[in-house]
Design a protein around this ligand. Structure first.
Ligand code: M6R
Length: 595
């Protein structure tokens, strides 16, 4: 995700404290590296950056003491290039005249970097943000002015991003937006630009929104907006932001969980772009397909993604992958491993002790270790021969939402690629958005219904088993009620006895399983139970259930991916109705580093 902030004033002054404070307020967007650059009135650039959290890097490099007339700070959440001093942002161009930083992903940065090197430019990192600076540099070198150079660079840089850049000999900063957040603040003799409002509000509440395809040029006393396509000036008045800081930090959402649920179309888009362009996917797939035995290992939500992933690999790619809970893996399988086996460890944090225990039990066998993780630089990343990132940015809320979705996106992407590519990936982020929009009010109604009971079952089959289990875990985690997620076919083997008149049972159905699922539904309804379907339109299913939470009709593989969205919303609305803070449920912590 990452965060950028830039400030422009009219004379040299201490800027370090402004930059560090802005960085602290953006730390929720990234915290594995931080860097500051200041440009003084005589054009001197002071650049200090390193891997680590903001207070660590501040102490190491005295960021707070930096002076200048203009300044940039960047908080990094690594996706391209490991967290390191070289990969930390901002970056300089070849001669050190330009300095800039970005937020988002430049998916064609590998080919761009090759081109920059061929053209004789000095590339110092493997981070995609550096491409933004060189992409501008090569047009500046042809004699174009800075605004036109940025406009040309915009066409060369593929992906979703925003970046801020300044030249040593001009009094301005320039920022551009293409798919990532960007807002401008206008204060007295000072302007600023940032990925998000919390870093701007301590300085001003006069806010100018920047849209995709626009360049903002900031002087200390004014801001100019232009269209990238033709360079035309845009007239837009600043607005006065009247809400408080807390509303700004949560982007207006009541809780981080809801904010993160709504971020899912964006993070999925970023991951899909990343996967399509990444050279890391092929070796990862090779290690999976060449394995004698293939295991997918995780805990909690990450394990549920393994369940869905294994079903996708089985049905779409005809690849046998065994999903296993990490502690079970250590106790029942680790001693049978050989160097011909591959174990994919799946973990948002990359630090879960149960996962690391299983990993340590795997090492002596020589089996290949792969990682799927959100936190780059984590122990899991370092131990993995190949890893793929989830590219979700910082997930603050204890209940995992966006990282689960991207775990499933990733597995579906791998299965689809192995099967010869059938899914229209460009359409997926929009389908996620449509599902959130379309199911929100239905989810509120189901939440109201379920909230009058104290226990429930969520049932799934095949690809939707992991989804039902994930929905049940979310509900347990943030409502403190009991909900069991299980295989619909297993329900008759015992739990069916719990059903009484009106007892709610939720069925998550993928289109290919409807005929089978109708049997499982009827086993419940004929005993007076109330069946709630989460499914795309299916005439037979609709006739057999009491309530129908309708998902958008799309290719069948996508149903299991989309079905989790209303389940997240149901548990969120139930939690809030019970007066619980879903972001910080009792007894739980985001990363479990204990046995
Ligand atoms: O960081 P990890 O993905 O390894 O965490 C595993 C579980 O602790 C985690 O998924 C937990 O179940 C979530 N809080 C559920 O929302």
């Amino acid at each position: 995700m990452c965060g950028i902030f830039g400030v422009v004033t009219n004379h040299d002054q201490p800027l370090g404290s402004i930059l560090v404070e802005a960085g602290r307020r953006l730390a929720y967007r990234g915290y594995d590296s931080i860097g500051c650059a200041t440009i003084s009135g005589n054009g001197q650039i002071d650049l200090r950056k390193d891997a680590g959290k903001i207070d660590e890097v501040n102490e190491r490099w005295q960021l707070g003491e930096m002076r200048g007339r203009r300044g940039i700070v960047q908080l990094r959440w690594a996706t391209f290039g490991a967290p390191s001093q070289a990969n930390a942002q901002p970056h300089l161009d070849s001669d050190g005249d330009l300095v800039g930083a970005h937020n988002g992903n430049i998916v064609n940065h590998v080919s761009l970097r090759e081109a920059f090197v061929e053209q004789g430019m000095t590339v110092r990192s493997t981070n995609d943000g550096e491409s933004c600076v060189h992409a501008v540099e090569r047009y500046v070198n042809t004699g174009l002015d800075l605004v036109d150079s940025i406009r040309r660079a915009y066409d060369d840089l593929q992906g979703d991003y925003a970046f801020v850049i300044g030249h040593q000999s001009s009094p301005t900063l320039h920022a551009i937006k293409k798919g990532s957040g960007l807002v401008v603040g206008i204060a007295d003799k000072m302007t600023c630009v940032s990925s998000d409002l919390p870093s701007i509000l301590p300085l001003t509440n006069q806010i100018l929104r920047v849209c995709d395809g626009e360049i903002a040029t900031l002087w200390s006393d004014r801001v100019e907006l232009r269209r990238v396509s033709d360079g035309a000036l845009i007239e837009r008045e600043p607005e006065t932001f009247t809400q408080g800081m807390e509303a700004a930090v949560k982007s207006g959402y009541a809780h981080f969980m809801l904010k993160e649920i709504h971020e899912q179309p964006q993070v999925a888009a970023e991951l899909i772009h990343w996967l399509a362009a990444s050279p890391h996917v092929e070796p990862f797939l090779e290690a999976m397909t060449s394995a004698r035995r293939l295991y997918l290992v995780g805990c909690g939500t990450s394990y549920h993604a393994c369940l869905v992933g294994a079903a996708y690999l089985n049905r779409l790619a005809k690849l046998a992958a065994v999903p296993v809970l990490a502690p079970q893996f250590r106790e029942t399988l680790a001693h049978t491993l050989t160097p011909e086996d591959t174990v994919v460890f799946v973990s948002q944090s990359g630090e879960t002790k149960d996962v690391l225990n299983a990993l340590n039990a795997t090492r002596p066998s020589g089996a290949r270790i792969l990682g799927v993780l959100n936190v780059l630089g984590s122990t899991l990343m370092q131990a993995s021969q190949h890893y793929l990132p989830l590219a979700c940015g910082y997930e603050i809320s204890v209940p995992a939402t966006k990282t689960y979705l991207n775990q499933v996106v990733l597995f579906l992407y791998l299965a689809d690629r192995l099967s010869g590519r059938r899914i229209d990936w460009q359409a997926v982020p929009q389908l996620i958005q449509q599902t959130v929009d379309q199911t929100d009010s239905q989810a509120r109604q189901v939440a109201l219904l379920l909230n009058s009971f104290r226990e429930f079952y969520f049932l799934g089959y095949g690809e939707t088993l992991g989804v039902a289990m994930e929905g049940a875990l979310k509900l347990k985690e943030i409502t403190y009620l009991h909900c069991e997620g299980m295989l619909s076919a297993e329900f008759k083997h015992g739990p069916l006895s719990a059903v009484f008149d009106g007892y709610p049972v939720l069925f998550v159905n993928a289109p290919q399983d409807a005929a089978m699922m109708v049997n499982h539904v009827n086993e419940v309804t004929c005993r007076g139970g109330r069946a709630i379907a989460v499914a795309v339109e299916d005439e037979l299913l609709r006739k057999n259930v009491n309530d129908y939470l309708l998902l958008p009709t799309t290719s069948p593989e996508l149903t299991a991916l989309l079905a989790v969205l209303p389940l997240q919303l149901i548990s969120y609305y139930m939690s809030v109705a019970r007066g619980i803070d879903p972001d910080f449920p009792r007894n739980l912590s985001k990363t479990l580093t204990v046995d």
